[in-house]
Write a protein that binds this ligand. Structure first.
Ligand code: SF4
Length: 260
């Protein structure tokens, strides 16, 4: 699928979401929140559902949690426009309650179709309901910061699933902020590993400006996991083949990791 085709598919899904009456959540929404970001990104963040600000603006993660999610993404030297951000349910549950299982089931085809269009390398689950959609039966306290291959039934058959706490985890208790940022440092390694699993790259994707991962807490370069870095040449790992590269080189700890 070309980037233009991906974009068209995502816009088509967004149009359907805006008019959807597939579950009771449609009755209370101001605006549906289908998701936003780069149609050519390798990384998709999947949260739980829109909150009050998201419902007003029709955009995902624009409240306090969204600010922190942006900081977490920024800690890797990436920006929100470099990734795609969406939710398990596209309409706000009243009073910010948890989405009900039947609401999640009703909305699931939209997420699956978005992932089929995006074909990401990494799906980042943000919070427990997103975790349950991709790693059923797991507990976030046990698997945060870890990866597992995605079930093809999710629509992200070529992806690794990387799980993190919801940013609200740190908003309610500031001491959890360190855990979130520490977990996020594992995302570049997950992307490298995911590229290695995919094989040859997709020439239809384009590279934004190179970025240098940094640790927002320490201001230090993000260190690629030792278990991944020596065995995964970036330029031969798949998607990096989409940009000219003089010679394949294995990443060293602290290397640049460009997000496509
Ligand atoms: S939450 Fe999903 S299924 Fe329910 S009305 Fe909104 S778009 Fe439709």
């Amino acid at each position: 699928m070309t980037e233009t085709e991906r974009q068209a598919a995502l816009e088509g899904i967004a149009g359907e979401v805006a008019a959807c009456t597939g579950c009771r959540l449609h009755a209370g929404r101001t605006r549906a929140v289908p998701g936003e970001g780069s149609a050519s990104s390798e990384v998709v963040f999947v949260g739980e559902g829109p909150g009050e600000q998201e419902d007003r603006q029709g955009r995902p993660f624009v409240g306090a949690s969204g600010q922190l999610l942006g900081d977490l993404i920024g800690s890797l030297g990436w920006g929100r426009p470099d990734v795609f951000i969406t939710n398990v349910v596209k309409c706000r549950p009243p009073g910010n309650r948890d989405p009900e299982p039947d609401e999640i089931a009703a909305c699931a085809p939209y997420l699956r179709r978005q992932l089929e269009a995006l074909d990401p390398s990494v799906v980042v689950t943000v919070g427990k309901h997103s975790l349950n959609a991709f790693r059923p039966g797991e507990r976030i306290g046990r698997v945060h910061g870890t990866t597992t291959p995605a079930d093809p039934a999710t629509g992200a058959g070529n992806a690794l699933v990387f799980s993190m706490y919801h940013p609200a985890f740190a908003l309610y208790q500031g001491s959890n902020r360190k855990t979130l940022f520490e977990d996020m440092t594992g995302l570049p390694g997950a992307l490298v590993a995911a590229r290695a699993r995919r094989g040859p790259g997709d020439a239809t994707r384009v590279a934004p400006a190179a970025s240098v991962p940094t640790d927002a807490l320490a201001g230090a370069p993000v260190t690629l996991p030792a278990a991944v870095a020596p065995v995964t040449p970036l330029a031969s790992a798949g998607v990096i083949d989409r940009v000219p590269s003089p010679a394949p080189q294995a990443p060293e700890p602290g290397d640049q990791l460009t997000l496509f």
